[in-house]
Design a protein around this ligand. Sequence first.
Ligand code: FEO
Length: 174
Amino acid sequence: MLQPKIAELINDQVNKELYSAYLYLDFANYYEDAGLPGFAHWYEVQAQEERDHALAMRRYLIDCGHRVTFAAVDAPDKAYADMAAPLQAGLEHERYVTSLITAIYSEAFAQKDFRTMQFLDWFVKEQGEEEKNAEDLVKKMKLFGGDPKGLYLLDQELAARVYSPSTPDASAQA
Ligand code: FEO
């Protein structure tokens, strides 16, 4: 069994990961409407990864003998001023998620819950990658997004993203 506080934090994080999926699908909706299907596709894949994260945490709680409960997922409520805005919002969101994972890790560390720390190690690494991806997108948009041809080529590049399951188990098998 996990300490109640740790179980509660991970249960909350399941909701936050599902919100991340919802937020990224909202970005995808925006880009579909803006005529950038490659950007939309990139965020559809990102949303799938977020759902994977939620399911991995749900499974961890179940495997530790906890009953998982679901709260309502907030509606994404952002208005995007221009085509770069979702990218910047995505970067800020990933930094926020990193702070949430860090808070759970800190609690696990304080309680000497080595099993949870080991489970979260994968997420710590994953957050590093997700922040880097989000930073790269912001940079590329700054460099190439102002030019129609550059924007078209960037859209093509993002359209090529391939989904592969984003979970600790999948990484262990890779
Ligand atoms: Fe599940 Fe983008 O962190």
